[in-house]
Design a protein around this ligand. Structure first.
Ligand code: NAD
Length: 321
């Protein structure tokens, strides 16, 4: 009697199980170079230490490295020192030129990482730069994965980030056990650069959502409505959102400590508008949002959380406090 043939679904499940087993093997006590230990990178690196990995950190300011060492990580003297012995390199720095410096610089990944090293770039950068980095790294035998994240500081601290992943399927499978430590929703969205394209869409939606929550709050206050009750009921209907849930209270209280800096969202909306133009797509609201965020930054508020878009709505409405 012939054995029943496996369905495609069974085969896929088995392959996934095997891949997970294989990658879990490599995920045990792996040496990870973590570069960029800021608001997001600091807590992400701490999760990897807690998961049992040997995490070697590097950051421009030494204080963040000291915090990692207190949590059980190790300190590197520079990027070359961090990546030399690493099996996995994770970068979490502000912008495209920062990641390019870490990859192409004299002290960087191409010059010092060993072939076979996985490079997970969790920073938010331009998709075209992510593709260029991926091509250069593959030529050197390094395995690039773009893995930008969403969820902000709270999700980084909780280890519940959403991670949009671009790269070759084998590299993404090898990266998954590490991404699973810091994220809850980890999705492979396509080839190199695709993660960054999805992240750009994420930033478009988040900026629009914050702007509308800000406008609604100022509108409600002008009508003398109790905004705590108003946000409670709005949160239960179609107007509800993670932005409303996570930022409603601090926006009501006018506390704008970052979180996610206006400077960074300005950078991201530059990526969104350039990528939309490149694809020939009209994003009228996105273009407007880019102007609003740029204006807030030009007024000296680049270091505030992006929920400070509220300040500008107040200003436009002649209702500054
Ligand atoms: P941050 O400014 O708090 O941290 C960046 C860190 O990188 C700093 O500590 C800085 O010293 C370090 N750094 C910069 N260049 C370096 C270099 N060459 N070598 C070593 N260290 C270097 O920024 P963040 O908020 O953690 O954001 C990091 C990335 O994550 C950005 O691309 C941002 O857009 C993205 N992001 C941030 C959030 C958020 O809520 N903060 C959410 C999602 C995605």
């Amino acid at each position: 009697m012939t054995a029943p043939r496996k369905t495609t679904q069974q085969t896929t499940r088995q392959t996934t199980r095997q891949t997970t087993q294989n990658t879990q093997k490599t995920a045990q006590r792996t040496t990870i170079a973590f570069i960029g230990l800021g608001i997001m990178g600091g807590p992400m690196a701490a999760h990897l230490v807690r998961a049992g990995h040997d995490v070697v950190g590097h950051n421009l300011s030494r204080l963040a490295v000291d915090v990692l060492v207190e949590r059980g990580g190790r300190a590197a003297t520079d990027t070359a020192d961090a990546v030399r012995e690493a099996d996995v390199v994770i970068t979490m720095v502000p912008d495209s030129p920062d990641v390019e410096g870490l990859v192409f610089g004299e002290e960087g990944i191409l010059a010092h990482a060993k072939p076979g090293t996985l490079h997970l770039d969790c920073s938010t950068i331009r998709p075209d730069v992510a593709r260029r980095i991926a091509d250069a790294e593959r030529e050197r035998g390094i395995r690039p994965v773009d893995a930008p994240v969403s969820g902000g500081e709270p999700a980084a601290v909780e280890g519940t980030l959403s991670i949009m992943v671009g790269g070759e399927p084998d590299d993404v499978a090898a990266a998954r056990p590490f991404l699973d430590v810091v994220g809850r929703t980890v999705v492979h969205v396509g080839p190199s650069g695709a993660g960054q394209t999805v992240k750009a869409a994420n930033q478009l939606i988040v900026a629009g959502n914050i702007q509308l929550v800000a406008e609604a709050l100022v509108f409600l206050e002008a009508h003398g409505v109790d905004t705590e009750s108003a946000l409670a009921v709005l949160g239960g209907g179609l107007a509800g959102s993670t932005v409303l849930e996570r930022k409603g209270a601090t926006m009501r209280a006018r506390t704008f400590a970052p979180g996610f800096r206006i400077d960074l969202h300005h950078k991201d909306l530059g990526i969104v508008t350039a990528s939309a133009r490149e694809a020939g797509v009209a994003i009228p609201l996105g273009a407007h949002l880019a102007q609003l965020v740029g204006s807030l930054r030009a007024q000296g508020h680049g270091g505030l959380d992006h929920s400070a878009l509220l300040l500008q709505v107040e200003q436009l409405s002649g209702r500054t406090r």
